[in-house]
Design a protein around this ligand. Structure first.
Ligand code: NAD
Length: 260
């Protein structure tokens, strides 16, 4: 389905971003990976992706807090593949603390990585998409782009902002062949939420698995984690012709979290 197309996926060295990279690669899409991590592990991930799916996979280590590096990332992807057809904004971090104790440097980092980086990638990628008359912008927001939870001031603010950016981009690109949508996952078991599961388990004096079940019971009515594969499937659908008229949406995939 995606042979001849290319995708730039920020924050794709682990978790949801890597899962989406695998789903797109499985349909023949060339991939530009991005993210932090051990260089040897990233290189192993890149070569395995290329070998498993017979696609071209590249890596660029741009730090999402640095606008100059983000610009270089987008231009590197465009130079490598001749286009940027699909942009997935997935880089993200978390920090939890009450608002009056929230460290200003964590606020600044979360706003930079979880929100501003998507402005910069979109800003630089849209002209490439307009040239081809086709594009898919998929912003990995969160249920926290739609509703709030305590102790997540920066994360909730950034994800609500990302949903807003998604809508504005959709209006400005409507009818051009480009769509812009946000995916809003509920709890998905990745490195990002592991510290929260461990903290919950410690607070309750239970093991980590029971800590995870307790977090699900509080927020996610299905009582099941969203899987990385399910998020990959939703991203794939947004890249399909069936989704040509889906733009400006924020799609929950959350086991019922935001239905409450
Ligand atoms: P993760 O920690 O596995 O992935 C985060 C990715 O972002 C990694 O590749 C990491 O290297 C990258 N990253 C972090 N800081 C960066 C920086 N400065 N520059 C470049 N890359 C950077 O966690 P994940 O759960 O897969 O998170 C991916 C996205 O999904 C995030 O935006 C997160 O907010 C969102 N999300 C996650 C959940 C969940 O329950 N896991 C739920 C909703 C939304």
């Amino acid at each position: 389905m995606l042979k001849g197309k290319s995708a730039l996926i920020t924050g794709s060295t682990s978790g949801i971003g890597l899962g989406i990279a695998r789903s797109l690669a499985g349909q023949g899409c060339d991939i530009m990976l991005n993210g932090l991590g051990d260089p040897e592990k990233i290189e192993a991930t890149r070569t395995a992706l290329a070998a498993e799916f017979g696609i071209c996979a590249r890596f660029h280590g741009a730090d999402m807090t640095c606008p100059d590096q983000i610009s270089a990332l987008v231009e590197a992807a465009a130079a490598e593949f001749g286009a940027i057809d699909i942009l997935v904004n997935c880089a993200g971090i978390q920090h939890t603390a009450p608002v009056e104790e929230f460290p200003p440097d964590r606020w600044a980092a979360i706003i930079a990585i979880n929100l501003s980086s998507s402005f910069y990638t979109i800003h630089h990628a849209v002209p490439h998409m307009r040239r081809r008359g086709w594009g898919r912008i998929i912003n990995i927001a969160s249920v926290h782009g739609l509703v709030a939870s305590a102790n997540k001031a920066a994360y909730v603010a950034a994800k609500h902002g990302l949903v807003g950016l998604t809508k504005v981009t959709a209006l400005e690109t409507a009818g051009s062949g480009i769509t812009s949508n946000a995916i809003c996952p509920g709890w998905t078991r990745t490195e990002l939420i592991e510290p929260q599961i461990i903290a919950r388990a410690e607070a309750l004096g239970v093991d980590v698995e029971e800590g995870g079940r307790n977090m699900l019971a509080e927020k996610q009515p299905s009582q099941q984690f969203v899987s990385i594969e399910q998020l990959g499937q939703l991203a794939l659908f947004l890249c399909s012709p069936g989704a040509d008229q889906i733009t400006g949406t924020a799609l929950p995939i959350d086991g019922g979290w935001t239905a409450q």
